[in-house]
Design a protein around this ligand. Structure first.
Ligand code: HEC
Ligand code: HEC
Length: 221
């Protein structure tokens, strides 16, 4: 599991490479871009003028994104995830995965293909700086069951609060329809997210688990 995680983190599909056909991983560009993200995050955090400049520019540059992901990073369509407060490292990594085809989605891939690396970094910072909020509220037996499944099966990676550091996504407050869709997608034989570490994990979940997890996660703050 540890080896799988390390390989995953560096975007290496080499884990499955056979001796006859060597896979050359794209480690260098991925890491270089993640480093750029760290530099930009530090700059934005230390310089208010830069932060405002970035926000102003991104408000317009992300107009198209907002149509699906919401003006404030909260989507109204269960197929599109909320991006508000999402970990910047995860956001950038997923944009890279759409670019290099590790993650497949027709709409996202056609948009990301035209995006410059610097824009991917700026977009990741912009959406991550928006405050997240739960997408559903309330109490039910389902939610209580979901909480117990989450804390035994998911919290070790995604964090007890569902915040997840670095490349582990923030799940807390995500739309229940999206959580359910993503978990079903990971389980598919021909998954659109075929290099994800989640594939193995999701394949052990029952339909009932997915239902209660989606209910609980969407209420987490
Ligand atoms: C036409 C609707 C649409 C538009 C416009 C759109 N997206 Fe998406 N986006 C989606 C859908 C649908 C998904 C989920 C794809 C999947 O099922 O894997 C997604 C997923 C994502 C993800 C992955 C998030 C996660 O939680 O894994 C990121 C990051 C993202 N979009 C960023 C953007 C950015 C940046 C833009 C603007 C350049 C944008 N999107 C524009 C529909 C859209
Ligand atoms: C071994 C660590 C690990 C465990 C355990 C784990 N996850 Fe994940 N999960 C990840 C990583 C890493 C990603 C993001 C990378 C990817 O999908 O390629 C992810 C992604 C996801 C996503 C997609 C989020 C998005 O925005 O698209 C969902 C949903 C998810 N996990 C739910 C769960 C649930 C529910 C559990 C418990 C049953 C769980 N995970 C357990 C590591 C883990």
């Amino acid at each position: 599991m540890f080896i799988a995680l390390v390989c995953y983190l560096f975007g290496v599909i080499a884990c499955v490479a056979t001796p006859t056909k060597q896979y050359i991983p794209k480690i260098t560009p991925d890491l270089a871009l993640q480093k750029k993200l760290e530099e930009q995050l530090a700059l934005v955090a230390s310089d208010e003028a830069v932060r405002q400049q970035l926000n102003q520019a991104m408000k317009f540059r992300t107009l198209l994104c907002q149509r699906c992901h919401g003006v404030d990073g909260h989507s109204r369509n269960g197929r599109c995830p909320n991006l508000a407060g999402q970990n910047p490292t995860y956001l950038l990594q997923q944009l890279q995965h759409f670019s290099d085809g590790q993650r497949q989605d027709f709409q996202m891939q056609s948009m990301v293909r035209k995006m410059a690396d610097a824009d991917k970094v700026a977009v990741a910072i912009y959406f991550s700086s928006m405050p997240p909020r739960p997408s559903t509220v309330g109490k039910s037996d389902q939610i209580t069951k979901g909480k117990s499944v989450f804390h035994t099966r998911c919290a070790q990676c995604h964090g007890a609060q569902g915040q997840g550091p670095y490349t582990y996504p923030l799940l807390a407050g995500q739309l229940p329809e999206y959580i359910s869709m993503a978990l079903h997608e990971f389980r598919k034989l021909n998954s659109r997210r075929r290099t994800s570490i989640m594939r193995e994990i999701a394949s052990t979940l029952s339909e009932a688990d997915i239902k209660v997890l989606a209910a609980y996660i969407s209420t987490m703050e």
